[in-house]
Design a protein around this ligand. Structure first.
Ligand SMILES: *Cc1c(COP(=O)(O)O)cnc(C)c1O
Length: 415
């Protein structure tokens, strides 16, 4: 080992600083498949415990679905384990093309190109489409992977206030002299479950000749009447120039992502997107399983309907129980607690009651906006929801926050 104590002491100090700030992230070992019911070893080294999972992105409950697992086995048998190549050398199988076509159909676009992840899709797409004389106009709360993707692109960067259409329009006026403009947003924002007003965004895009790019990772598969995503939910299906999304959430939750949209942009990504050109092909097992997922959710809306019903039930009951939850219809349900320690303490107590949730605080959310983010799944049965609601009510009662709003909770616990 080559580096000196000077460097070691610096890194140790950084880690200590994170611990002292109370933002050190500990991993818990799950010793079962991902599902509503999981077996967890936490703290690591202690006995395992059966808990109900309320913090996965497993929105449709497909992560451990028998048909999906079977399709993965079939892929392994028929197309092998790895491709040992990028797509354009010898890493493209017929099944990759099949999945790209299916995603195109499902998302209502013209073409699709797969990436190893949505993070990679976002890292590649901006640099392919835009250059120095162009402008990126992004919502201030876009996902970190978009922030990083925009950093890799030479276009000028503008922000608009979160979901503020007047401010977006101002920025569009300000950038009239640029060659191309792109409006950039998450379809659904992951911390709040906020749904971007895509109808208005598309309208502004049309009015000012700006492209519209939407990262729909927290929406593909279940938002909208047939689960196509935020564009369907907002009535602008087929009208988004560029959609990026992930296979790592509702669509089985393994890994993989894509850029889907206008054909010429997708074609250019195949030629120029660096994470596409210089990173390995998504493996066959994931592709055949993802093909099955798209088949399942194209055939019936049962799962997204169940998710919608579960979400409405949970939101209603938790509001009745006296929790301060951010309003909305998304299965991300932020239970607002404002104080970071309170969020951590309640999450720990809930775990002891058999409910696995995580407290989020700065820097993941703004200071004074600490919360427990609950995520509902179609894999949850009513008894699971009832158990969670009962546990929350018991723990919330212990901290005396039921029926209390922001002001009262902050008076009791501070920021
Ligand atoms: C989860 C997420 C990603 C990352 O997706 P991966 O496929 O896991 O890289 C990107 N964007 C948004 C908005 C996300 O929520």
């Amino acid at each position: 080992m080559a580096y000196s104590n000077k460097a070691k002491e610096f890194f140790d100090g950084e880690i200590k600083g994170i611990q002292e700030a109370g933002t050190f992230k500990e991993e818990r070992f799950i010793e079962s498949p991902q599902a509503a019911n999981i077996t967890v070893e936490y703290p690591v080294g202690t006995d395992t415990k059966e808990v109900l999972n309320f913090c996965a992105n497993n929105y449709l409950g497909l992560s451990n679905h028998p048909d999906v697992i079977k399709a993965a086995h079939d892929g392994l048998e028929s197309r092998g384990y790895g491709m040992s190549s990028v797509r354009f050398i010898c890493g493209t199988q017929d099944i990759h093309d099949e999945l790209e076509r299916k995603l195109t159909e499902f998302l209502g676009t013209e073409a699709t190109v797969l990436f190893a992840s949505c993070m990679d899709a976002n890292a590649g797409v901006f640099d392919v489409v835009l250059d120095k004389e162009d402008a990126m106009i992004a919502d201030r709360l876009v996902h970190a992977s978009i922030v990083d993707g925009m950093r890799l692109c030479k276009a000028q960067l503008y922000n608009y206030k979160h979901m503020n259409m007047d401010h977006l329009e101002e920025k569009l006026k300000e950038t009239q002299d640029c060659r191309f403009r792109m409006i950039i947003t998450d379809g659904v924002f992951s911390m709040d479950g906020d749904i971007a007003p895509l109808d208005k965004i598309v309208e502004l895009g049309g009015k000012y000749d700006a492209m519209v790019m939407v990262d729909d990772s927290h929406s593909t598969g279940f938002m909208g009447k047939t689960g196509r995503g935020t564009h369907e939910h907002c009535g602008v299906f087929g009208k988004i120039d560029i959609i990026t999304t992930t296979l790592g959430k509702a669509l089985g939750g393994a890994s993989g992502g894509c850029v889907s949209g206008r054909k010429e942009i997708v074609d250019l990504c195949r030629q120029r997107a660096r994470p596409y050109l210089f990173s390995n092909t998504v493996p066959p097992v994931i592709i055949t399983a993802a093909n099955k997922v798209i088949d399942l959710i194209s055939k019936t809306t049962d799962r997204r309907d169940k998710l919608e019903n579960n979400t409405e039930y949970f939101r209603t009951k938790m509001t009745e129980a006296g929790f301060d939850i951010r309003e909305g219809v998304h299965p991300i349900v932020p239970i607002m607690l404002y104080n970071a320690k309170l969020a951590q303490d309640m999450a720990r107590d809930l775990y002891n009651e058999g409910i696995y949730v995580i407290g989020f605080s700065f820097p993941v959310v703004a200071k004074g906006q600490a919360r427990i983010r609950v995520q509902i799944s179609a894999g949850h049965e009513k008894e699971h929801l009832d158990k969670a609601i009962a546990a929350f009510t018991k723990v919330g009662g212990n901290y005396n926050i039921l029926g209390k709003g922001k002001k009262e909770i902050i008076e009791m616990y501070g920021y």
